[in-house]
Design a protein around this ligand. Structure first.
Ligand SMILES: Nc1ncnc2c1ncn2[C@@H]1O[C@H](COP(=O)(O)OP(=O)(O)OP(=O)(O)O)[C@@H](O)[C@H]1O
Ligand SMILES: [Mg+2]
Length: 482
């Protein structure tokens, strides 16, 4: 029984367990496992029963206090409402993917009277490259993930046509956060605590809405560099966030993060030119972008500084877990960057920012072969945010260049990005400031996104992780003032 009474200092809580039948000798307590566990809490052998009882009662009290606090604070009901599934939700399932459902896709692609006659689901070879799908699939009983399909359609004049699509059914942001928190927890108590504390500020919040809304953009500079969007379906009551996209099979360099050796200068150039065009859309329109309801959390100097405990824990974890490629010297660099966040992030805030992809790397890129050369196509826009355009460039170079990249080479890519951005936006982009911004973008990637990926890498191996980390640290050394 839990007792809570007001006292001068606040509240006094106690628990009474009228009867607790336990023992530390006899029974099964001598079995090796059981004995080991009892020993771990100092309760093996004669005379330890009271101690065991105290630990059990202490645990009960802690659990009651935590539950009571959650009820009082409203989180208990909110968490159940959101995740406990006590509220009957009429989930979106595979049965919803009917010919009628896909009618807007057919009409978008084939004209206003087109109909879908039949839907053929293809074997899913794709979801294995999606972290989230992989984690979620075992956890949530609703349709989430990637479904490649072929739509048999009747086009204008009754002509039979097929349309190959990729259906992406997104989880709620809070479901993703729950999984991410689980991953962080598996990395140890420190990361568990600091990640939980700041998880709403890691860019995942709002991701399910953001990807749909970003894809609604019709600016030709955007449309040219994303998959064809056939249909966007959103039903909040059913927690359904569905994208029907062009199926990108057969494009060049799809899923090439693990082995970027196929990336030639023409690809890197096409990626830089393409993303510069996308960056140009919101460049110089920061206030307008901030007012978009789908933008969600935007990183800034004060939150980044406030989160230093998380950045520190991530860096320490990386150095402890992967000392072969995250050395003590790397840790020292991270610590210095974290220390100096108030300086360089304040400078980022004074620079022009725009809508960036924020996951701009070979995991989310492919190329169409056009007459003039390759044209980049970027997908997976859920992390899109307001940031320096150089952030996307820094990330791409981290994935595609090697730890042997030369300073001249890097400078050329930065210059190309700047020139393309200036041309596509019609604005002046001062060189010195742009170069500084590139350096700060590398810092930000290192302490934040890449450090988070390294934590995930602890349990979900990424072949590219070591190379990426080495290259990123190399780029930081290369661009830092002597
Ligand atoms: N339109 C498409 N056509 C073909 N394959 C696709 C398409 N969209 C996604 N894929 C495949 O599915 C994978 C995961 O897609 P996406 O990056 O959109 O999902 P995600 O769950 O947000 O991924 P992650 O968090 O792992 O980056 C891609 O890397 C790609 O292999
Ligand atoms: Mg992806």
């Amino acid at each position: 029984m839990l007792y809570v009474q007001p006292v001068e200092e606040g509240l006094y809580a106690s628990v009474v367990l009228p009867s607790l039948v336990i023992g530390t000798v006899g029974g099964g307590t001598h079995l090796p496992r059981q004995n080991e566990l009892l020993a771990m809490i100092g309760c093996a052998g004669p005379g330890k029963a009271s101690r065991l009882a105290e630990i059990i009662a202490g645990f009960s009290l802690a659990l009651d206090l935590s539950t009571l606090a959650a009820i009082t604070g409203g989180q208990f009901a909110a968490a159940h409402e959101r995740l406990g599934r006590s509220r009957p939700v009429h989930w979106f399932t595979r049965h919803d993917l009917t010919p009628e459902f896909f009618r807007p896709s057919a009409r978008q692609a084939l004209g206003e009277h087109a109909e879908v006659v039949q839907v053929l689901f293809l074997e899913d070879r794709h979801s294995e490259s999606s972290i989230i799908t992989e984690l979620m699939a075992r956890k949530v009983e609703k349709l989430i993930g990637f479904i490649p399909a072929r739509l048999w359609c009747r086009g204008p004049g009754g002509a039979a046509r097929t349309l190959d699509v990729m259906v992406k059914v997104k989880p709620l942001d809070q479901e993703v956060l729950l999984m991410a928190t689980r991953l962080a927890t598996m990395c140890g108590p420190r990361l568990a605590t600091s990640y939980s504390r700041y998880r709403q500020q890691t860019g995942i919040a709002g991701s399910h809405l953001r990807e749909l809304e970003v894809y609604r953009q019709t600016d030709p500079r955007f449309v040219r560099h994303v998959p064809v969007v056939h249909q966007l379906f959103r039903d909040d009551a059913r927690e359904a966030y569905v994208l029907v996209l062009e199926r990108l099979d057969g494009l060049e360099l799809m899923d090439s993060a693990d082995d970027p050796s196929g990336w030639r200068p023409e690809h890197l150039e096409a990626a830089v030119r393409g993303i510069a065009e996308v960056h140009a859309i919101w460049y110089g329109r920061e206030a307008e972008l901030r007012a978009q309801p789908w933008l969600g959390y935007v990183p800034g100097a004060s939150t980044m500084a406030e989160m230093r405990e998380l950045w520190e824990d991530l860096a320490v974890h990386a150095a402890e877990e992967f000392p072969e490629w995250f050395s003590q010297a790397d840790l020292a660099v991270h610590r210095r960057l974290i220390e100096e966040i108030p300086d360089w992030w304040a400078r980022i805030e004074r620079m022009p920012r725009t809508l960036i992809h924020n996951d701009f790397n070979p995991r989310n890129l492919a190329f169409r072969r056009e007459q003039g050369g390759p044209c980049v196509v970027a997908y997976d826009w859920e992390l899109a945010t307001l940031h320096l355009p150089q952030h996307d460039l820094a990330e791409l170079l981290g994935y595609v260049l090697t730890p042997a990249a030369g300073a001249d080479d890097v400078a050329r890519w930065v210059a190309l990005h700047r020139e393309c951005l200036a041309r596509a936006s019609g604005r002046e982009v001062p060189e010195a400031e742009f170069n500084d911004g590139f350096r700060f973008a590398l810092y930000d990637l290192a302490v934040n996104r890449i450090a988070l990926s390294i934590a995930a890498h602890t349990f979900r191996h990424y072949a590219f992780m070591e190379r990426l980390t080495r290259t990123l640290h190399h780029l930081i050394r290369l661009t830092s003032p002597a």
